[in-house]
Design a binder for this molecule. Structure first.
Ligand code: ASC
Length: 161
């Protein structure tokens, strides 16, 4: 018999919840896939700008006694970006899609670019650990390491302003 005729109210409610969850998941997935190249560029520019702001917060707090609440918030964002950025450079989102400082090597040397992105997320692990331990000396050291990984990627894959 058809499920909705034989199912108990509890089961029906569970089925509704599962169906609604599946619908939302699908809608989110379609939205992510459907971003135009220009939208992808705009998104990554916005996120990297916010990353710069978050990194400034950490820099400002890496001398003297940190404001740990502010540092934690900023470091959480840095960590999120370090993971998500691997999705921000699909093919077709280079200069052909709009004004960007991302260099062609992003797409012509994908293994090198992936390695540069990985260096960043690897160094962020040290930052996250320092924040978790509320260790200001470790924070200062990790800040420098992360900054080096930013520069490493910019040197190879981003045009100067
Ligand atoms: C920052 C910032 C960057 C990095 C980089 C480190 O504060 O906005 O892009 O540090 O300059 O070398």
């Amino acid at each position: 018999m058809f499920a909705s005729q034989s199912a108990s109210p509890t089961l029906k409610r569970q089925i509704s919840v599962i169906a609604a969850t599946a619908f939302v998941t699908l809608a989110v997935a379609i939205t992510a896939v459907a971003a135009t190249p220009a939208e992808t560029q705009a998104h990554r520019k916005e996120q990297y700008k916010a990353l710069g702001d978050a990194f400034k917060t950490i820099r400002d707090n890496s001398k003297g006694e940190p404001d740990w609440a502010a540092v934690e918030k900023a470091a959480t964002f840095v960590q999120k970006v370090s993971v998500e950025q691997v999705n921000w450079f699909p093919k077709g989102t280079g200069p052909e899609a709009g004004k960007t400082r991302a260099l062609p090597d992003v797409w012509s040397k994908p293994a090198d670019f992936t390695a540069a992105q990985k260096l960043f997320s690897d160094k962020v692990a040290g930052l996250t650990a320092a924040v978790k331990a509320k260790d200001s000396a470790a924070l200062g050291a990790a800040f420098k390491e992360v900054g080096g990984s930013c520069k490493n990627c910019h040197d190879g894959f981003r045009a100067p302003e």
